[in-house]
Write a protein that binds this ligand. Sequence first.
Ligand code: ADP
Length: 191
Amino acid sequence: MFNLILFGPPGSGKGTQSEKLIAKYGLKHLSTGDLLRSEIANQTPLGVEAKKLMDKGQLVPDEVVIGMISSALDTNPEAKGFLFDGFPRTAAQAEALDKLLELKKTSIAVMLALNVTEEELVKRLMKRGETSGRSDDTNENVIRARITEYHNKTAVVADYYKNFDKVVMVKGEGTVNDIFSSLSAEIDTRI
Ligand code: ADP
C-alpha cells in the first residue's frame, strides 16, 4: 500500500492536485472536507452540526473526522493506497491516523506539503467562492478564520511527520501542471 498526505493551508490546491494524483496513481481519495459536505448535502445530524462550525471557519471535532476516516478505511479494503486530503488537521488526528494504519499493517509513506503565500490563498479562495457554492469561501473573515485555524492547530501536523522524516515541501504556486509534475516526481521516487 502507498499512503500519502497532501498537506497545506486552505486554498493551497489540495483538491485540484488530489484529483490528478488519484487518476495517475490509482489511489483512493479521502477528503474530510468532501465527506463533511456530503453529510451536509444529505442533512444528516452530523452534517447539520458540522456546518455550524465550518461556516465560522472552525474545525469540526477530532472524534467526528477520525470516525469518518476510520469507516472509510474499513469500506475500502481493496485500495492500493490512500491519498489523505484535509486530514489529519490536528496532532490528535495525526496520532489517530497512525494507529488506524498500524492496525491495517501499513503507514504513511510521505507528506507532500504545498507552500503558498497567504495573500495568494485569500485571492484563490475568494475567486473559488464565486463559483464553488461553498458558503465558507464567500466571506473574507471566514477565509481568514480558516487560515488562523490552520496556523494554530494544523501547522503542527507537519512537525509531527517531520519527526519521522516524512515531509517534503513543494512549491504550490505556478501552473497546475507544473505543481502536478513536482508532486509526481516526489511520489515516483517513493512508490
Ligand atoms: P479547505 O482546505 O479549503 O479549508 P476543506 O474542504 O478541506 O477545505 O475543509 C472545509 C472545512 O471542513 C474546514 O474549514 C473545517 O471546518 C472542516 N474540516 C475538514 N477537514 C477537517 C478535519 N480533518 N478536521 C476538522 N475539521 C475539518
